[in-house]
Design a protein around this ligand. Structure first.
Ligand code: NAP
Length: 447
């Protein structure tokens, strides 16, 4: 009998889970459910448009999708169109791979004022995610502030800093290009609450930031670090590389004709957004000192304050997972509690047939490849569970979809959309021009 497994989500962790299931050599059918009409999750909607090389990873996902036991159901939201209970009655196991769709909050006064955005919104907007296309980003004034110093903050800073000339050959949406073309942003402040040694960005991304044509980068803090920082640097080659790169950027000759400047500021926590008529004007920061053992140093406020003029703010302090109806959820960590991938109830007992992988399993950390090992573990747990449980015949999901009159896309439909996007992109020298509305996608499929 065919073992039927549903995967919720279609990002990297979902595809690696499907790959592992097929690699097991068992008679397994994988049905992948995605709330967006298009597959690939953050690879399509998160990875920066000027990182096209990274996006070629989708080729390996296409290979996985070509397995005849693979089915894609796009534009179906589990928890809304189909409940977890309904899904469970059609599958021998389900694997939740929904990622981290929301953001951490700064919890400071003024966070919700006009001009204060999450990095998630901006990234989803320039990457063409349909539900973010109505967002407006006012880049008509001089000063942008990005809070956080992870690689998402670097992506946002780079997209704000680059010329549209450099972006127009990427798969950034035309809508985003038009807005960025009119940008008057002169200064982009990327602010971290801890020091250069603790910065979450990586060397290559930092180097890229320093290499943008016509853009200066200023490292405002001194790079002479404490004894504890030195001990911390010894612990990590990533930190050593970052520090060497920061030093290079600090000593870099400035371009007097630069059109924009990126400012790197450390040891500063935002404490208040100062508004005028509900619109962002300035951000007040408090300076920090670091306390704690090497590798565990925390930012401790020192009572010294300063302000930055700010016309637009991007909060980039980490993603956060969202709960799925009828499944347990750890609100604090933003993950589904699990034991090596098997979902646990509030008493710590494994729930039969329910598994999880990726950012919703472990939190928003690591690179795309990190998900491969993560999914391997979850699939191993899933297959062990299935080997010890009797497999009974399950109803096919197609009749449920028909009964509920759900409009969805198959993988073949996606291939048509993919071809359409590439064709439209070719006309204007881009790798693709993304379809950014669900209706547009269904209209194209009707043709
Ligand atoms: P991240 O790497 O966890 O960085 C979050 C940043 O926010 C850190 O600088 C953190 O500082 C700061 N932060 C957290 N809470 C804060 C607060 N209350 N106030 C001020 N600052 C705060 O998260 P991310 O940038 O969203 O990236 C998520 C994952 O995707 C990472 O693994 C990243 O490497 C990966 N990614 C990779 C690429 C790439 O490879 N090119 C691109 C994008 C994303 P502390 O360190 O002090 O907590």
């Amino acid at each position: 009998m065919t073992i039927k497994i549903a995967i919720i989500g279609s990002g990297p962790s979902a595809f690696y889970a499907a790959e592992e299931l097929f690699k097991s050599g068992q008679n397994i059918r994988v049905d992948m459910f995605e709330k967006l009409p298009t597959p690939f999750g953050l690879l399509r909607g998160g990875v920066a448009p000027d990182h096209q090389q990274m996006k070629t990873i989708s080729k390996s996902y296409e290979k996985i999708a070509s397995n005849e036991q693979f089915y894609f159901f796009g534009n179906i939201t589990i928890g809304k169109d189909i409940t977890i209970k309904e899904l469970m009655s059609h599958y021998h196991a389900i694997i939740v791979a929904t990622g981290a769709e929301s953001d951490r909050k700064m919890n400071i006064p003024g966070e919700a004022c006009i001009g204060s955005h999450t990095a998630t919104e901006f990234v989803a907007w320039y990457n063409g995610q349909p539900s973010y296309q109505d967002r407006k980003f006012d880049l008509s004034k001089s000063n942008a502030v990005v809070i956080g110093q992870g690689n998402v903050a670097v992506d946002v800073t780079r997209i704000l800093a680059k010329s549209t000339e450099a972006l127009k050959t990427t798969d950034i949406t035309n809508n985003a290009l038009k807005t960025l073309e009119k940008s008057n942003i002169k200064n982009i402040y990327m602010v971290g609450r801890r020091g250069p040694v603790q910065a979450a960005f990586t060397e290559l991304e930092l180097k890229e930031l320093g290499a943008i044509d016509g853009v200066n980068i200023i490292v405002h803090n001194e790079l002479d670090i404490s004894e504890t920082d030195k001990a911390e640097t010894e612990l990590s080659s990533k930190t050593r590389k970052n520090m060497a790169q920061l030093l290079e950027l600090k000593n870099k000759k400035r371009n007097i004709n630069a059109i924009r400047t990126i400012h790197l500021l450390f040891y500063s926590s935002p404490v208040k957004i100062i508004e005028n008529q509900n619109k962002i004007k300035k951000i007040q920061f408090e300076k920090n000192e670091l306390k704690g053992e090497p590798g565990q140093q925390k930012a401790i406020p020192n009572g010294e304050y300063f302000e930055l003029d700010c016309d637009i703010l991007f909060r980039s302090i980490g993603y956060l997972g969202l709960p799925l109806e009828d499944l347990p959820f750890d609100e604090k960590k933003g993950i589904i509690p699990n034991n090596a991938g098997q979902v646990m109830d509030e008493n710590g007992n494994n729930i039969d047939g329910v598994f999880t992988t990726g950012w919703i399993k472990r939190g928003p950390s690591g690179v795309i490849g990190t998900n491969r090992g993560d999914s391997k573990e979850s699939v191993k747990t899933c297959l062990t569970f299935l080997s010890t449980h009797k497999i009974k015949e399950k109803d096919d999901v197609f009749s449920l979809l028909e009964k509920k009159n759900i409009r969805y896309l198959t993988y073949n439909d996606w291939k048509k959309i993919d071809a359409h996007e590439v064709k439209e992109g070719e006309k204007i020298g881009k790798p693709r021009e993304k379809c950014t509305s669900v209706e547009e996608i269904f209209d194209i499929l009707k043709k």
